[in-house]
Ligand binder design. Structure first.
Ligand code: SF4
Ligand code: SF4
Length: 292
């Protein structure tokens, strides 16, 4: 199974819309499965008109541990309170109390407690499930509980689930998180090809360069899609110049088009409502398949 990851660095540049349209076109020739690895803001399903109720078998999972205190053993030495880098422990009535949010499960408090009053315990802090799109392929998504950590681990679980529900798939298409943190590294890891989506703005180019450093770390083949290339032709040229210097192919240039917004409002992939944009995406798919 080949893995193609779509990432952008900056959020809000149209990455998930692009993933949805690429998925439909790739599915015409290949057996594919989609992995929504933007685990802090998973909305790929909505682009296909899929809501939470449409998912099968939501499974509770754990991506983290938390400190649990046995206050009967506690001798109020305050060592746990002092050691906690994340300030996740309150000190109330001369006893430690874990705050609702903040415990990263690092285990420092467990180590320093002289009487063994603290144990790390796994917590169910996320859920993972899959849905079938009307195009025949499946989409795996997840939800991390608010304030919880472990998004990188959750990305790995989403990818594992995608592989397990469709072991015969030719391609797993990964919608990566924005940024360059743990979930992005987990998304990109194991990829055969990476698509970097950028808009012609300084912020988007800056963030895409940072995301590209993650891709280069893994030595993955890559291409660039410039979305809304015509909103700033000067900056578009700057991106093209950058790509030329770095020897990265621009595999697609998509115009600013109100149909992208219309598609989001109607919960449809944009190629469903605009033939011209479909043709542009056909070209992008051709470039990806050639290189991947
Ligand atoms: S496990 Fe780490 S983050 Fe959580 S309370 Fe203990 S020291 Fe703080
Ligand atoms: S380190 Fe252990 S004994 Fe000391 S305050 Fe914390 S829980 Fe109590």
């Amino acid at each position: 199974m080949k893995q193609i990851s779509i990432l952008s660095g900056k959020g809000g540049v149209g990455k998930s819309s692009i993933v949805a349209s690429l998925g439909i076109l790739l599915a015409k020739k290949y057996k594919i499965v989609l992995a929504d690895c933007d685990v802090d803001a998973p909305n790929l399903g909505l682009i296909f008109g899929i809501e939470e109720k449409d998912f099968f078998e939501w499974e509770n999972i754990s991506t983290n541990e938390k400190a649990v205190f046995d206050l009967k053993k506690c001798i109020a030495c305050k060592k746990c309170f002092d050691i906690c880098y994340f300030k996740a422990i309150d000190w109330i009535n001369n006893k430690p109390k874990l705050k609702e949010f903040g415990c990263e499960g690092c285990g420092a408090c467990e180590i320093v407690c002289p009487v063994g009053a603290i144990k790390l315990k796994k917590i169910n802090n996320a859920k993972i499930g899959y849905a079938k799109t009307k195009y025949g392929f499946k989409l795996v998504s997840s939800q991390l509980n608010i304030g919880e950590s472990g998004s990188g681990k959750l990305v790995n679980k989403v990818k594992e689930k995608a592989k397990s529900i469709f072991v015969d798939a030719d391609i797993m298409l990964v919608d990566s998180a924005a940024g360059i943190g743990c979930p992005v590294i987990a998304s990109v890891s194991g990829s055969d090809y990476a698509v970097l989506v950028v808009e012609p703005t300084p912020a988007s180019l800056f963030d895409m360069k940072r995301a590209m450093s993650v891709v280069e770390h893994f030595d993955i083949n890559k291409g660039i899609i410039i979305n809304k290339f015509d909103i700033n032709k000067k900056y578009c040229k700057e991106i093209e110049g950058f790509a030329q210097t770095q020897k990265i192919k621009i595999i697609g240039k998509l115009p600013y088009d109100k149909n992208f917004v219309k598609a989001l409002v109607e919960m449809k992939p944009v190629i469903e409502i605009d033939e011209n944009i479909r043709d542009l995406f056909d070209g992008v798919v051709g470039e990806i398949v050639k290189t991947c």
